[in-house]
Ligand binder design. Sequence first.
Ligand code: B12
Ligand code: SF4
Length: 504
Amino acid sequence: MPAVLLSTINARYVHASLGLRYLAANMGALRAETRIVEFMLGARAVDMAEQLLACGPRVIGLGVYIWNVEETTRLVAHLKAVAPEVVVVIGGPEVSYETDAQRICELADYVVTGWGDLAFAALCRKLLEGERPAERIIVGGQPPLGEIRLPYAEFNEEDIARRFIYVEASRGCPFKCEFCLSSLDKTAWAFDLDAFMDELEALYDRGARHFRFVDRTFNLKTAAGLRILEFFLERLDERLFVHFEVIPDHLPDKLKEAIARFPAGSLQFEVGIQTWNADVQAAISRRQDNAKSEANLRWLRSASSALVHVDLIAGLPGEDLESFGRGFDRLYALEPHEIQVGILKRLRGTPIARHTEAHAMRYNPDPPYNVLQTDRIGFADMQRISRFARYWEIVGNSGRFRRGLRLLAGEAPYARFMQFSDWLYARTGKTHEIALERLFEHVHAFLTTELGASVEPVSAALLADYEASGARGRVSFMPGAVLRPERVRSGTARGALRQARHLP
Ligand code: B12
Ligand code: SF4
């Protein structure tokens, strides 16, 4: 029976928790008595409590994040109700700030704020020796990275075969964007690169091919970035897929040369643009050279095969609908494969809160704490942007509407897609659970009836999209058509099928 359980609710099965693996790897002599048990969103508190308690633990450590805090609160309540003698320790970004305001922090026996790598093991040692520290809120502290044991041996064979392998060459961020939790970091700290590369190699040799770097700004240090890219270039195969988060305005030639050598479908960049509005950038302390960012995005799309996913945020202080729309169009013109429109969230602990009064920002009091209205964007318009974001996800980002999207976007992508979004919502009343065939039919109807486009070319374009999407059903605008299955690039890494639709 393990004395210590480490558990969390991941967003989906493919997301293996890197945080828990750090904690496990640093348990020292207690490692043999520690087990990781992971759940997925959708699991019921009562079932999770039963499964955890069946292992007979003395301590349960739970990783709490914005996506799981509500269910984890219920889980802790169940655990404390039926097994009050089991010590519940919580940690993770969601409970690292504003602990006084949270029910889960009241329910748990201990809250470790910040990094838990070494602090959790130290607390467990005391608890298992029978000591009960008086302080319930324990500051995790930031030990030098060299003192933290790397966690990669904790990924088991199933993780390697079926899940994303999260890796971290550096922790923290030197920038101060006020909506982001990483703005509270004083700087970015790098792990010892030789040791990290050895771990990457061991993972690769064990069969790992889907790597996701959680480094906030992968391209901060050119030499380190280059060495990591070279590592993968030397080991390219059909299954390799590597994901990085990058800042948009820093892409030195050496990195570009390496990036350009990756074949299609093997490299993905998540690029944070967030806003192009210079006044808004200044208000939220985001330093970004728009001209360089634009040039780099253009370069990525024209000279590399990397999949480019760009984040934009709606609802930032000082940004109105018009300025957001202009930003969207500016980004669309650069042809990223995906544009993720996120609604601003007031994450616990983040300095964005300082704008609340001045900009009359009203947030959802419950997770995910999304902004509901500001002095520039009323509630009804914020709802329209939320729907726009959702519909863009299933039409624009899905990769299923290549030709149809061009017709929809025309010369004014934001205005036209917003018109489509308003129309689709009025017609269906829903943003989820729209069958693919119905979605194609809606796009067809919008283009031909609302925009007055000729039926024949619209039908031809959408039918070609539908066929390429691999769907096998029938669409009303071309009954009796012969549909061919999708040709997905063979060997595409697991979990990257949507990205595969963006391939040439
Ligand atoms: C991977 C990831 C995801 C994955 C999910 C991963 C999963 N396991 O399910 C995906 C891509 C789905 C995701 C989505 C989102 N994410 Co995210 N994500 C991350 C990311 C990039 C990496 C997490 C990680 O592994 N970090 C490395 C480990 C080592 O750090 P850690 O997890 O914080 O763990 C340390 C401590 O927190 C602590 N700790 C953790 N668990 C425990 C447990 C115990 C018992 C103790 C004592 C300590 C402890 O110790 C660990 C070691 O020091 C982070 C950013 C980052 N680089 O951390 C954001 C981050 C976690 N995400 C964030 C956000 C806001 C989101 C979204 C809301 C974004 C959005 N779309 O708007 C969505 C929500 C998803 C949903 N379904 O609702 C915020 C979290 C804020 C919060 N309060 O939770 C972060 C911090 C980004 C940021 N800088 O703002 N995300
Ligand atoms: S948004 Fe990106 S650059 Fe800005 S603080 Fe967060 S991680 Fe750093």
